[in-house]
Design a protein around this ligand. Structure first.
Ligand code: GLU
Length: 344
């Protein structure tokens, strides 16, 4: 299959019409089950004992989450699920939710709706920066920082808060392939301490990007961040993006294939907070992390992968999660920019 012990075999040749040709650029080439299992096991063993980083604590309930949770799941576009470690424990999805609310807005309003409002550019500033809003008057940002994310939540259509919330949760459920629920302790903790997000929402309202009620938008946003997910849920969600908007496990078309590239583009430029550039440089993978310790990454046309490990580095990204996903993707040829020159 072109994969030996987690290494891509660059000399792979296939017979097509009697001619011996390189098969590496054939569409649909997926890593073998053996290679995936080996890569997952090795990464889990390598980083399980790594004692770096700390749980987020600016939302008080996040500090109490078990720091030892460490699970990794990879789901291929043909629907195979591979897992290692703790894949049952749930953490709050946090900022990873922003990807799927952004996708929902694209579904309802088209991909032009984002550049026309909060923008699709990396801010170069922290995810909850008020300075960035002031600098760009609420534009030239993106839906993966809080200002853009709360604005995106406010753009979801619905006659009242309950309708909007049910639509958002239903959309996430389709991506995960099961019914997700809110972690009430996390929601209560963030709702009691989210004054900064409320200020951000009001500023976006003042600049005319956030239409409707900023208090309601912040509340729904806080609820969407509190949805509980395990590593398998996140990996299936990522794999649905890797598979052109079709959940590879349930077979359901969960979003329009034509909108997926725009989702991945924003993830690539702004998915890992201030380290988005470093991450893309190292892996080439569109990704998104959350302060709950989850991280998803997408190898388009190949697989979605997720890891959960709550201790975060200074940029706010899961320490073990980043290292594990980077190693696994490298072993499986996940970098979409890595191509074999065309054989003349
Ligand atoms: N609910 C969190 C906040 O708005 C999400 C942050 C994150 O995961 O980056 O602060």
């Amino acid at each position: 299959m072109g994969w030996v012990a987690g290494k891509r075999v660059l000399s792979r040749m296939v017979l097509v019409g009697g001619l011996l040709v390189s098969g590496l650029t054939l569409a649909g080439e997926l890593p073998s089950a053996e290679a995936i299992r080996a890569a997952l096991t090795q990464a889990h063993e390598r980083y399980q004992g790594l004692d770096e980083g700390a749980n987020a604590d600016y939302i008080p309930a996040l500090a109490k989450v078990d720091s030892d949770i460490f699970g990794i799941v990879l789901v291929t576009v043909d629907g195979r699920v591979f897992s290692v470690g703790d894949v049952k424990s749930e953490v709050s999805i946090q900022s990873i939710s922003k990807v799927f609310t952004m996708a929902l807005v694209m579904e309802e309003k088209g991909v032009a709706a984002l550049p026309d409002t909060m923008g699709v550019d990396a801010t170069g500033q922290p995810f909850n920066s008020i300075h960035a809003i002031e600098q760009y008057r609420g534009a030239e940002m993106n839906p993966l920082v809080n200002a853009g994310a709360i604005t995106a939540t406010s753009m979801v259509q619905g006659r009242n808060a309950d309708t909007v919330w049910k639509k958002i949760l239903g959309f996430y459920n389709d991506f995960a392939g099961r019914k997700l629920t809110v972690q009430d302790d996390i929601y209560a903790s963030e709702a009691a301490t989210n004054q900064r997000n409320q200020a951000i929402a009001h500023l976006m309202h003042a600049y005319g990007h956030l239409q409707g009620d900023p208090v309601q938008a912040t509340d729904i946003y806080t609820r969407q961040c509190s949805v509980g997910v395990n590593a398998r849920d996140l990996a299936v969600m990522a794999a649905s993006l890797a598979n052109g908007g079709v959940n590879p496990v349930t077979g359901k078309a969960v979003m329009t294939a034509a909108n997926v590239p725009e989702v991945l583009a924003v993830m690539a430029t702004a998915g890992l907070y201030d380290d988005a550039g470093k991450w893309l440089y190292a892996t080439g993978l569109p990704a998104k992390s959350g302060v709950g310790g989850g991280i998803i990454a997408v190898s388009p046309g190949k697989f979605g992968i997720a890891a959960i490990s709550p201790p975060l580095d200074a940029a706010g990204n899961s320490v073990r999660g980043q290292k594990a996903i980077a190693d696994i993707s490298a072993a499986l040829g996940g970098n979409p920019y890595e191509v074999v020159p065309y054989q003349r």
